[in-house]
Design a protein around this ligand. Structure first.
Ligand SMILES: [Cu+2]
Length: 469
């Protein structure tokens, strides 16, 4: 029997897969207004970016091919680089067989462009196209991905190749920003999902193959570097469900930003942990000439392909990997260490308790927030301008990457730890049987989706919509 969260790769064990009963399709809440049709694409002017959603055969290695859906015939999709405050137009063509929607993750967008049908953003029917115009904000490392339902089809939604990097350069460059020589964007992803029965009798997705930028270790081009370079690595975990740990043998990471937001206390660490949808921006000083592996710290996940070679100019030989002894990560070390502002006294508490309902041996659980599953979850009403404190308690035996759309929150408490300030994120991983508190200011009126970023959890009820008064 599998222990929950212990294994992620199909190659790591030989248990039989479970036959799954069809899950009820989630319906839109009756209270949600019908989305307006997406605007047609005008003859001119030309857009800043074009995204074409279409079937794509991913070659993770010559021996591992996956039929998927991708943007512009590549995985990850194109880097969308824009300037804070300068409006952009994006033309989206849906050449896939299903209705699609593009969500711009971590941006402050109105619901017409945010890309979540639960908020009221319009879906893009198959065979159609639409033009979207928005003003990018806030600055930093963001991303875009599909926001559709996958349910029992473990090739749809975030299980597909529909993800890409989005970077918003600040309108006013920060004179104190750390210097670096160049940037590298890396996306962690898992492929070939199948539902497997875990030790507690429920089912969860496990994967055949794991990749960085769509390639298994050794199958793609190496990252070629020069001694003395300072390389800014923007790393995204676009996995539909899996938390990943990464290290670069022979090197350490100077963590500058989490989820695209500069951290109050940059730290140098040996490894990074990224929950689904999280981003880490870290500078690596290239001062250990050789050929190295940047890869998943857990051996079975790296063996399933999650790694990329880092090769110094003129270095030769097989890529080297040095196994770190433990999995170590602590968000709080990046928070403000001195002079932290006291907790906001006038924030309004919203208690949110997460649990699951067992649906029988071999079936995925149903997920609940305060005892209810989407679309029956509560719809808290926010007053524009007010500060809110989400008191989140995870009663389940899973870790959950919790995401709030259209806003940035401040992580103010993790588990039993002390109060903390200054750590601004849009995803926080709440470990099993643990609690966390985040605060945010309701400064972007419009329906706001709150959900677990694990595709199978959000599909089975782990969502709710905040409304503005
Ligand atoms: Cu979850």
């Amino acid at each position: 029997m599998l222990t929950r969260r212990q294994f992620t790769q199909l190659g790591a064990m030989a248990s039989a897969s479970a036959a799954l009963e069809p899950a009820a399709q989630m319906q839109m809440s009756p209270g949600v207004p019908m989305p307006a049709p997406a605007p047609p694409i005008p003859a001119s002017p030309a857009p800043d970016f074009t995204l074409t959603i279409a079937p794509y055969l991913l070659e993770a290695s010559p021996k591992h091919r996956f039929q998927t859906i991708a943007y512009n015939g590549q995985v990850p999709g194109p880097l969308l680089r824009m300037k804070q405050g300068r409006a952009v137009t994006i033309d989206v063509y849906n050449h896939s067989p299903d209705p699609e929607i593009v969500h711009y993750h971590g941006l402050f967008l109105p619901i017409a462009t945010d890309g979540a049908m639960e908020e009221g953003s319009p879906m893009l029917p198959p065979g159609t196209s639409a033009r979207y115009t928005f003003t990018p904000d806030p600055a930093g490392f963001r991303w875009f991905h599909t926001h559709t339902f996958a349910g029992n089809d473990l090739r749809k939604g975030q299980f597909s190749g529909q993800h890409g990097f989005l970077f918003i350069d600040p309108s006013t460059p920060d004179p104190n920003a750390p210097a670096f020589d160049r940037e590298v964007f890396l996306a962690l992803h898992d492929w070939g999902a199948r539902m497997m029965v875990s030790g507690d009798g429920s089912a969860m997705p496990m994967y055949e193959v794991s990749t960085i930028n769509g390639k298994m270790l050794g199958a793609g081009e190496p990252i070629r570097v020069h001694q003395g370079e300072r390389v800014m690595m923007h790393i995204l975990n676009s996995s539909p469900t899996e938390v990943h740990w990464v290290a670069l043998s022979g090197h350490s990471f100077r963590v500058i930003a989490l989820d695209g937001n500069p951290v109050p206390t940059p730290r140098t660490v040996e490894q990074l942990r990224l929950a689904p949808a999280e981003r880490v921006s870290a500078i690596v000083e290239m001062k250990s000439p050789g050929v190295w592996v940047l890869g998943e710290v857990r051996k079975h996940v790296q063996a399933a392909g999650m790694g990329i070679v880092v090769e110094y100019a003129n270095a030769t030989g097989a890529p080297k990997w040095m196994q770190p002894p433990d999995l170590i990560w602590d968000y709080s070390q990046f928070s403000a260490q001195t002079g932290a502002a006291p907790a906001t006294e006038d924030a309004i508490d919203i208690p949110l308790t997460f649990d699951s309902k067992f649906e029988g041996h071999g079936n995925p659980e149903t997920w609940r927030i305060n005892g209810k599953s989407y679309p029956d979850t509560e719809e808290p009403v926010l007053q524009a301008g007010k500060r809110y404190r989400l008191l989140m308690k995870n009663l389940s035996t899973d870790d959950h990457p919790i995401h709030l759309h259209r806003h940035t929150f401040e992580v103010t408490r993790l588990g039993d730890g002390p109060a903390m300030r200054g750590l601004r994120k849009d995803v926080v991983l709440i470990p099993a049987k643990s609690a966390s508190t985040v605060e945010f200011t309701a400064d972007h009126p419009g329906n706001t989706l709150f959900h677990c970023h694990q595709q199978d959890h959000m599909d089975r009820g782990f969502m709710m919509v905040f409304r503005y008064a």
